[in-house]
Write a new protein. Structure first.
Length: 540
């Protein structure tokens, strides 16, 4: 009798453990489905975000290109003005030397007697006494003839023989007759006035003026939309040749810009500057309404839409509205089902290039996202963010009905269904309803019998990846979950939780008919059969 009871008790215990493992598997499967959904949503969100950033960066590149062109024009004009100034100065010096040399010819006969024994002749243009400064004057004369100018203006880069010439050049203010400004040297004043005089080509549509007809022609393309420069690889058109050169790097893979801190290379200068912000942590763009800071102007613009809440772009299929056109285009792929981006290794297709890039990491094993606190690496940014919550413990999403808090929004939404008991997902074969698409897909495997997950060690097949992972522990013998009170280890967290109840004595599962409490749900179910007349039969 005791043996039979012991066998029955062992059988019950095994059934409890088996049920606990099964519940853990189901719980893990649900969790993985929710996580997969969250990752997918985050990938879509990231794709939209990066598209916004790319558009903002493109705008910045165009603005920067125009600014660089203007700077080059100013530099060219400045160089011309400096050259003219130097030529004028040389002419002036020659005239001064010519004027000085005339009276000095009369004194030259008197100065012949002052020639030194070494044969040195004093400088005719010197202000000092010939007898005492003959060698110094000759040295100064030689220096002028060799044209060595060691004193430079750091503003216009003009050079001078003597410090007093540089002081004379920089210390006299030169007011502009066209405006209220003044300049430290005539070169700067002349450069400004030349720029104004040379902008003689006006745009007939907006009135903007340009220095050359070619620059005016380039500008006019912004009005006409003309794009004469075409990519030989993809046929895309551009209004400026430098824009075409920049675009061609997307085909060649050329990355000429390198980060001095980490060595990473980039195809475009703006990409390097954007990357460098990750080292500096700089966030120069501020929202005027809420004061939030952003590292990129594109992120600021996207954030500002949350204040306006304007959504002018409507989906013709379902009526959903969006604040930006590219958001609408991204959404419409749900209806069309278009997946133009294909993985070269496994053939899987994706709607967006960013999704393809994320998927390819499953083949390469690349894990570029690192946790700064523990050093763990991840292949997806969303997985890193989810992991970081384990360090902070933050749960920003509370349930309005029961107060329970969650780390992710999708977890809150999944939880809220337990209050409404809504089951919007229906099986087309048997009519059963489910609270989420994951449970529906899991149920449909009963009808299809599909088992796509294979164990590499024994060849056994499973319907879910979580079930496969649970099975693989039987091969590895791994028991990563340890009880802090007695040190016993378990293969699954659910088994550890079941075990910990033996220490706490907690009995959270209560019978609604008689009020009796149990530590495990399986024991409660077994007990409830005594009320319904059911019997548990065990074979010894």
């Amino acid at each position: 009798m005791e043996v039979k009871e012991e066998v029955e008790e062992r059988a019950v215990k095994e059934e409890v453990e088996e049920r606990a493992v099964k519940e853990e598997v189901e719980e893990r499967a649900v969790k993985e489905e929710v996580e997969e959904r969250a990752v997918k949503e985050e990938v879509e969100e990231r794709a939209v975000k990066e598209e916004v950033e790319e558009r903002a960066v493109k705008e910045e590149v165009e603005v920067r290109g125009m600014r660089e062109e203007q700077e080059e024009e100013i530099k060219e004009e400045g160089d011309i003005s400096i050259k003219e100034e130097k030529e004028e100065r040389l002419v002036k010096e020659e005239e001064e030397n010519r004027e000085v040399s005339a009276p000095d010819l009369e004194e030259e006969e008197e100065e012949v007697d002052s020639i030194s024994d070494t044969g040195e002749i004093s400088n005719p243009g010197s202000d000092s006494e010939p007898s005492s400064t003959a060698s110094g004057n000759h040295k100064q004369h030689r220096q002028r003839n060799s044209r060595q100018k060691h004193h430079h203006c750091m503003d216009c880069f003009t050079s001078f023989y003597e410090p007093k010439e540089l002081r004379r050049h920089t210390c006299r203010p030169h007011p502009c007759s066209d405006c209220s400004g003044s300049f430290i040297c005539p070169t700067h004043l002349k450069s400004k006035q030349t720029q104004k005089r040379r902008k003689v080509y006006p745009c007939g549509q907006c009135g903007k003026r340009f220095q050359t007809s070619s620059k005016l022609k380039t500008h006019q393309r912004t009005h006409t939309g003309e794009k004469p420069y075409h990519c030989s690889v993809c046929g895309k058109g551009f209004s400026q040749s430098n824009q075409l050169k920049t675009h061609q790097r997307t085909h060649t893979g050329q990355k000429p810009y390198h980060c001095s801190q980490c060595g990473k290379s980039f195809s475009w200068l703006h990409s390097l500057k954007t990357h460098q912000i990750t080292h500096t942590g700089e966030k120069p763009y501020h929202c005027s309404q809420c004061g939030k800071h952003f590292s990129l102007v594109g992120n600021l613009k996207r954030h500002q839409l949350t204040h306006t809440v304007e959504k002018p772009y409507l989906c013709s299929h379902c009526g959903k509205s969006f604040s930006q056109l590219h958001h609408l285009k991204t959404h419409q792929l749900i209806h069309t089902g278009e997946k133009p981006y294909h993985c070269s290794q496994c053939g899987k297709s994706f709607s967006h290039p960013k999704d393809l890039k994320s998927h390819q990491r499953t083949h390469t094993g690349e894990k570029p996202f690192h946790c700064s606190q523990c050093g763990k690496s991840f292949s997806q940014l969303s997985t890193l963010k989810k992991h970081q919550l384990t360090h902070t413990g933050e749960k920003p999403y509370p349930c309005s009905q029961c107060g329970k808090r969650f780390t992710r929004l999708y977890q809150l939404k999944a939880h809220q269904i337990t209050h409404t008991e809504e089951k919007p997902y229906h099986c087309s074969q048997c009519g059963d309803s489910f609270t989420s698409s994951y449970f529906l897909k899991k149920h449909q495997l009963i009808h299809t019998g599909e088992k796509p997950f294979h164990c590499s060690q024994c060849g056994k097949n499973f319907s879910h990846s979580s079930t496969l992972k649970t099975h693989q522990i039987t091969h590895t013998g791994e028991k990563p979950h340890r009880c802090s009170q007695c040190g016993k280890s378990f293969g699954h967290s659910s088994t550890l939780k079941t075990h910990q109840i033996t220490h706490t004595g907690e009995k959270p599962h209560r019978c609604s008919q008689c009020g009796k409490s149990f530590s495990q749900s399986s024991t409660l179910k077994k007990h409830q059969r005594t009320h319904s007349g059911g019997k548990l039969c065990h074979q010894s």
